[in-house]
Design a protein around this ligand. Structure first.
Ligand code: CP
Length: 331
């Protein structure tokens, strides 16, 4: 049998690490999808599959009993916060939830991010952080002695969402290679779009991007795709991509990231996936959305078996269970 390639997440030579006296190599941060190569992705998906079976059979287990997760959210969240909490509790661990608004924590008294994480590490074995500033998770990781998991840093990255998105494509369609993925909406600010696009570069996929000019994929990311000679097209119109898409990845226009609200008003209603649009789509394809949605997928689409966005939510918990187990050395 071929020796298994070491997962990149555990490779101290290729990761931004610092000494962690007394901790095992497993105790690495998850900051960006750049940390994940295909062997590690395959390993995580296999573990997520196992978590799914375990939850369906037993509801939970004691794998992480005695471990504590601190959930530190400076921005609103439903899915990411709740799924990390559910993941930790189903694995027998416990949670410090600072998720209902940091205004109720000492952040409201002016406590800095470094001091906050250096406090939480006294209680917790891992910190999940959502913060409005790009690069904030890296800053937290530079100060924390326990692993930090990036749960969204402004318009930067949302690596665990991208992992669950990829896991969903694999589960729903059976394979990722050979698929055509069309992303629709706010591609400029959508951190889930940025992270998923980068992860998809590890696969043989073609990519279609649908947005108004002002919300196109960031130039640096598009240049990466062009440099790699990827099959990529941009358009303003869902009608140009719907018939050939295997995955329609719809995103919200992110009002909170607009400096000019008049501009938001101009673009906010440009896209709405309706049953009529779905009639032009393949019989075997999936509609995904990181959620929340605010009108870009009509509620009437929910009954379509191709609407995978709530199944996607549940798969996120299994992926986050796998990630917590891995980061805490129980993989
Ligand atoms: N997909 C996602 O990040 O959702 P929340 O903002 O609710 O966490």
């Amino acid at each position: 049998m071929e020796p298994m390639e070491l997962p990149r997440l555990f490779d101290r030579d290729t990761l931004p690490t610092r000494p962690r006296p007394g901790t095992a190599p497993a105790g690495q941060d998850i900051l960006t999808v750049a940390q994940f190569g295909r062997p590690l992705l395959g390993h995580i998906f296999q573990r997520a599959d196992e978590m799914k079976v375990m939850v369906e059979r037993a509801g939970g287990c004691d794998l992480l009993r005695g471990h504590v997760l601190a959930c530190l959210f400076y921005e609103p969240s439903t899915r990411t916060s709740a799924s990390f909490i559910a993941a930790m509790e189903r694995l027998g661990g416990s949670v410090i939830p600072i998720t209902q608004g940091v205004q109720f924590s000492s952040v409201s008294k002016g406590e800095s991010l470094p001091d906050t994480v250096r406090t939480l590490e006294q209680y917790a074995d891992v910190i999940v952080l959502r913060h409005p500033d790009v690069g904030s998770a890296k800053v937290a990781a530079d100060y924390a002695a326990v692993p930090v998991i990036n749960a969204g840093d402004g318009a930067g990255e949302h690596p665990t969402q991208a992992l669950l998105d990829l896991f969903t494509i694999r589960e729903e369609l059976g394979a990722i290679d050979g698929r055509r993925v069309a992303m629709v909406g706010d591609l400029r600010h959508g951190r889930t779009v940025h992270s998923l696009t980068r992860l998809l570069l590890q696969y043989d996929v073609s990519l279609r991007f649908v947005s108004p000019d002002t919300l196109r994929l960031p130039m640096a990311l598009m240049n990466e795709l062009i440099d790699q000679k990827r099959d990529v097209r941009e358009t303003h119109d869902v009608a140009d991509v719907i018939a050939d898409a295997d995955v329609l990845y719809v995103t919200r226009i992110q009002k909170e990231r607009f400096a000019d609200l008049a501009h938001y008003e101009e673009v906010k209603d440009l896209y709405e996936i309706t049953p009529e649009i779905m009639r032009q789509a393949k019989e075997k394809m999936v509609v995904m959305h990181p959620l929340p949605r605010v009108g870009e997928i009509h509620y009437a689409v929910d009954a379509d078996p191709r609407a995978a966005y709530f199944r996607q939510v549940k798969k996120g918990m299994y992926v986050r269970m796998a990630l917590l187990a891995m980061v805490l050395g129980k993989a």
